[in-house]
Design a protein around this ligand. Sequence first.
Ligand SMILES: Cc1cc2nc3c(=O)[nH]c(=O)nc-3n(C[C@H](O)[C@H](O)[C@H](O)COP(=O)(O)OP(=O)(O)OC[C@H]3O[C@@H](n4cnc5c(N)ncnc54)[C@H](O)[C@@H]3O)c2cc1C
Length: 379
Amino acid sequence: MSKTILIVGGGLAGTIVANGMCRQLNSELRNGSVNITMLGTTETHMYQPGLLYVPFGRIREAELYRDQRRVLDRRVNFFVDPAKHIDVEKNQVTTEKGRTFKYDYLVLATGSRIMPQNIPGMAEAGHWFYDIEGARKLRTALNNFEGGKIIVNVNAPHKCPVAPLEVTFMLNEFFKGKGMSDKVEITYTYPIGRLHALEPVAHWSKPEFDKQGIKYETFFNTESVNPEKKTIRSMEGVELPFDLLITIPPHMGQQVIIDSDLGKGGWVPTNTKTLHREGSTNVFVVGDTTNIPISKAGSTAHFEADVLIDNLVSLVTEGAWAREYDGKVFCFVETGLGTGTYVWFDYKTPPNPGPPSQMIHWFKLAYNRLYWLSARGLL
Ligand SMILES: Cc1cc2nc3c(=O)[nH]c(=O)nc-3n(C[C@H](O)[C@H](O)[C@H](O)COP(=O)(O)OP(=O)(O)OC[C@H]3O[C@@H](n4cnc5c(N)ncnc54)[C@H](O)[C@@H]3O)c2cc1C
């Protein structure tokens, strides 16, 4: 009997898992003892980290997209047909188009989504770069900006833990380059009592902000935005005026996770090491969809995917377990338009950002192009 591995979600994690398994299961795919099926929402695959560069005109939009069928190993059965209901008792997923897919192993890789609409006034008055429409709109706003107060407003939870810091540093340099430093005041707001959830990153970024004259307001949990008055208000009672609001909106998991009763807010309770959905032995969770209390990042998704590939291949071919996820995350951090640093950490080792350099910035730019090899499982 053929074993079916069903992957729901064809973003970063789902694609790496699918391609990685194909590379290791050559003979099983050839003799038909295994089949790999993926359900996705679109024909295109987007490289989301590239969105950071769109507002600054530093990447062409076409570089962000590839045809998903070309990114995927041709042996993956790919359906553009979003999952509508996931039934982990019956081992089946039903889709928007009315199909039913049975599985032996299920991989949940549906990612996360931004929810500006969850904060009154934010969708009307805010700019963001977490989707292509927002990034385009922000590009126009930056090009037309004549000076005034910019607020970079961070809400939790959100994916890419360092993107808010990166955009703040990049904005500062962008306006410096235009000779507008004396006309622009940037204030960064953060929900807890320091500049970043990761303590060493908070300690590193504070003197960098001070040096560059970037203001900050911590313990700022956004309550509402007033589009007419152009003010943003926190639950702590602080009100800040702005001329341009750039927000990292709060995120949620996908509706199908909520509707299938698999996790509050769309986050699936997940074993931190085995990546099993809590309570299941044949359902795995990977990427932003987990409720694991570490950064929601592409690198997290990639390291988790590598572990999952080894475990699924080992389970299917040898009936045994291979290895556990150690919480590894690696993120490049842009510290301007021409310099960068990086952080890496795991469950046991805290991050330790080093001094910024041009070389690390170039590495990040190179990785932006190499991503397509990494998604194919070649890197
Ligand atoms: C602006 C920005 C900058 C970033 N920068 C970095 C960075 O520098 N470094 C880094 O490591 N990470 C970065 N990230 C984060 C990174 O892109 C995500 O963490 C990563 O994409 C998560 O992978 P995923 O597979 O879990 O989710 P995704 O890549 O979002 O994939 C989820 C997929 O599931 C699909 N899906 C949703 N619902 C359904 C359904 N019902 N049925 C079927 N499919 C469904 C979606 O269409 C999507 O294709 C950045 C993100 C953004 C937005």
